[in-house]
Design a binder for this molecule. Sequence first.
Ligand SMILES: [Zn+2]
Length: 229
Amino acid sequence: MPALFDLSYILIFPALILSFWAQYRVKSTFQYYSRQNIRSGKTAAQIAQEILHSYGIGYVKIAKTPGSLTDHYDPRDKTLRLSESVYDSSSVSAVGVAAHEAGHAVQHAKGYIPLIFRNTIVPGINISSWAAIPLFLIGLVLRSKILITIGIFFYAGVVIFHFFTLPVEFDASRRALAILKKNYFSEQEYSGAKKVLQAAALTYIASALMAVLELVRLIFLSRNTGDHK
Ligand SMILES: [Zn+2]
């Protein structure tokens, strides 16, 4: 069983390579367009605020958060958190990222179904992603078909979560790019922001692929454990 367990990792290898490449792409693209400032000179935080106001969203706070590429919209306290390198920056990258996060706030305000569904399942997914692999492994050791199956079902929940993340992310970027093109960006600035957001989208695709292949790996392992009870 141990040798088989190791070999099964070959299954997730393509996703692992895509994931590393996507991480590299998002960092290098972000850095490249961080050096290009937009002509209007407005900061990412200012533009995010203006986008929110243009949708009549006055209740969302915009705050600074530590770290790099840690930008996110938190629907629980209705706060758009922009990382330190984004908040005060007027670069194409920073404004692109801030507009994307504003896109999530707009989705939330408009009740965009995939976002609502994703937010609803997050607590359950946190538990199942934490418990899936331990349950599966204990099931393998004890040769318990029930534990193995529960582990697989929990992991399937994680896969579903990744698949609901994709439309949410793509839609936030689509909203961001449309408004940036219409009100803020030149053609060149727009094409830079598009590249940054496409690179970010690739990291979500890589994560989803990784989750699917991991699920396939678990199913493969479960079928090769022999005496099930
Ligand atoms: Zn996003």
